[in-house]
Design a protein around this ligand. Structure first.
Ligand code: AVI
Length: 322
């Protein structure tokens, strides 16, 4: 079942966000959420398969190896809500394990109807699992999924893939607090956090040899051209992934290769870019292994378990709402 919500950010708010981000007097920026339209999400799916990007495979190994242990701790949790499920593939092991204890409802939350349809295709064969997808923003969907709980039934929220890392640290914790507000004590949150690692490994993960991440980043300019009537010449921008050691994050930027003017008719906006000036498109924060339990403590959870991958520094953290 697919329940539609207020998913589609209005063209107006896209235009407004673009105008605001590119109109800044200092560092120009574009909100990374606009990278994940149908085209960007398909490109991100390819990124997850790249040899340089070990994050997704690390998380899959952990989930494959430890889903039974998770399910044993969460035996009364019959509702699984995944924030940003993509095609739902990562939830399979957890759902299989939980459904061995009781019938389970899987609620993927996505702004993309195509992703929700692939969840149904990907997971429709699971015994004792019913799928109720919500095409809406994360917190709206979470509230609606939680409202389906029966008396005594627990909820598990999956926020996987280190998506928390795409928030700045303080707003990320605010978001965890908002998740907590939707939950009851004893409900759980599985939170994936990508860990700090040597730059020789980290930089290529965000600047791969095939250039897929560069295309992904530039796809945001193509989206502005398509949806807002922009005239970005994509060939005049180069993808840059740099590590900000103070904030412990990868920053993805698009660097202007020359002095240029850009006009975005649908946003009623014009700007100029100097040669080497950048547009900041995404941040990917990295964590210390102990940082998740500190975040849990500050946001109303207890980190009751953590699993690490042996090949790629990544942590899957199990939080329980206190
Ligand atoms: C979606 N998110 C967790 C990815 C990351 O690693 O932060 C986004 C990404 N951007 C470029 N490569 C991956």
């Amino acid at each position: 079942m697919l329940i539609r919500g207020n998913a589609t950010p209005a063209v107006n708010s896209f235009a407004e966000d673009v105008r605001e981000g590119l109109g800044k007097s200092g560092q120009k920026e574009l909100p990374s959420k606009y990278l994940y339209d149908e085209v960007g999400s398909a490109l991100f799916e390819v990124i997850t398969k790249l040899p340089e990007y070990g994050l997704t495979r690390a998380e899959e190994r952990i989930l494959r190896g430890h889903s039974e242990a998770v399910a044993d701790r969460l035996a009364s949790h019959g509702i699984v809500v995944e924030l940003g499920s993509g095609n739902g593939r990562k939830a399979r092991r957890i759902l299989e394990a939980l459904a061995r204890h009781q019938p389970t409802t899987y609620c993927p939350i996505e702004i993309s109807p195509t992703a929700l349809e692939s969840c149904e295709r990907e997971l429709g064969d699971l015994a004792h699992v019913s799928i109720v997808g919500f095409e809406t923003e994360y917190l709206d969907g979470l509230g609606r999924a939680v409202a389906r709980r029966r008396p005594g039934e627990g909820v598990v929220v999956l926020f996987l893939g280190s998506s928390i890392g795409n928030f700045d640290r303080d707003p990320g914790e605010d978001f965890l607090r908002k998740i907590r507000q939707e939950l009851e004590p004893g409900d759980a949150l599985m939170l994936g956090t990508d860990l700090e690692k040597p730059l020789a490994q980290l930089i290529p993960a965000y600047d791969d040899s095939l250039g897929v991440t560069a295309v992904f980043s530039r796809s945001l300019l193509a989206r502005i051209n398509r949806e807002l009537g922009g005239d970005f010449d994509l060939a005049r921008f180069e993808h840059v992934a740099l590590y900000n050691g103070q904030d412990r994050r990868i920053e993805m930027h698009l660097r202007s290769l020359e002095n240029q003017k850009v006009s975005i008719e649908g946003a009623n906006f014009r700007t100029t870019l100097r040669r080497d000036e950048t547009i900041w498109t995404e941040s990917c924060h990295k964590y210390g292994p102990q940082e998740a339990s500190e975040m849990a403590e500050r946001t109303g959870f207890d980190c009751v378990a953590q699993w690490l991958d042996n090949e790629w520094a990544f942590a899957e953290n199990l939080f329980v709402a206190v």
